[in-house]
Design a protein around this ligand. Sequence first.
Ligand SMILES: Cc1cc2nc3c(=O)[nH]c(=O)nc-3n(C[C@H](O)[C@H](O)[C@H](O)COP(=O)(O)O)c2cc1C
Length: 210
Amino acid sequence: MSLSPANPSAPRAPRIALFAASARRDALSKRLAAACVAPLQAAGADVMHLDLNDHTLPLYRGDEEAAALAQGSLPAAVVALQQVFARAEAFLVVTPEYNGSIPPLLKNTLDWCSRPNPADPARSGGVLYANKPAALMATSPGPLGGMRALFHARDVLGYLNMIVLPQQLAVGRAHEAIAEGKLIDERQHKTMVGICEALVHATFKLGSHP
Ligand SMILES: Cc1cc2nc3c(=O)[nH]c(=O)nc-3n(C[C@H](O)[C@H](O)[C@H](O)COP(=O)(O)O)c2cc1C
């Protein structure tokens, strides 16, 4: 499938939101997310590489939401991230593992953005996720690579009606596994590239973009 500008009937590059579910400056999950940029682009994606530090949301509290809605909208930081998620046609999430599950940052981010905003119903709530392809990867300094977080993340994204790819990657001993923006292990690198390609392919097939 050609994406050449010379071919005006070619489909536009699908927009894929890529982020690590960590706020840590030198996060291992951020290193893996960064390593996914080039393979996603090579597969034809328009990569929206996000740093959740640029989208600091409050901890979800119903009273805070109600107070914001009484003023007419959700908190500004939530609205800003919802607008980014609304543009995304697929998601690639790289998650750390916290006590055998996903970090609260990931759940909090997904939960806030899942809230409907009567001021902007087309760019808030469940529509931000529903029927969009998603791929999952995990990192950990431990040997299992965050595998348990992957299963929980899959449940959460599935609940949000995302189409979660069966392929996934857990990178153990991640502090040693990624160098110069690449996975050192050839097999792991191939798996990572394969997931990126599968996600872009699924977005072309299933996505709502023209
Ligand atoms: C609250 C907490 C719980 C953790 N639980 C796990 C765990 O269950 N499994 C694991 O492999 N690592 C666990 N870790 C270690 C993290 O994998 C490690 O801190 C990792 O570097 C965090 O991801 P990041 O580098 O992407 O920020 C935990 C860390 C924290 C802060």
